[in-house]
Write a protein that binds this ligand. Sequence first.
Ligand code: MG
Ligand code: ZN
Length: 227
Amino acid sequence: MNNNPKLDFIDIDGVLFSEEEEDIAFNQKVCKDNNVFLLNLMASPGSGKTTLILKLLEKLKNKYRIGIIEADPEEKVDALKILNQGIDSVQLRTGNGCHLEAGMVRCALEKMNLALYDLVIIENIGNLVCPAEFTLGDDLQMMLLSVPEGDDKALKYPLMFSVVDALVVTKIDVLPYFDFNMQKLKENARRLNPELNIFALSSKTDEGVDDFILYLEKKIKEKQENK
Ligand code: MG
Ligand code: ZN
């Protein structure tokens, strides 16, 4: 537990990042050297990214040293929620930028003392389109899809479903109120990505959260052992 958590704010609006390959390599190297697992969390705005992160913090903060990279066009609302949990974060203000690039993540990683963390979670900008096109140098790519968004999103946003390692369906506590066909979603998603790991959970009721955590911890352990 961190008694003196910090929130760093970096404004990257309008900054040009042109050394993509170098930045990807940098991110991979500093994370490997410091034994940090870097998780890239992508989803639409309002899908429950921050809420899931807060849930993961609640369950994992006594077991792993965790740092968070927040990215939003404006403000530091999410980073303040993280700070409230006693966790360090870097808030990237992206302005007109609608996705993260490796160079932006590099700015955040350079600001952090990575020796202090085992797990760094990137909350990407809320967007199901272009974040899928950019390699950040992370260890795991996951997307969230909340029940209210609908089960047809794999058909409409195929690239995102194709590139991620894991799909987490969130807000399953509201399933009774929506015509959300889980089976149909899974079939469409697996057609695009046969290896996809699919989880369904509610950060609110806790249902399904532990299954996802088992998967995440397995991935963290695999990286630590391959060092
Ligand atoms: Mg958020
Ligand atoms: Zn974009």
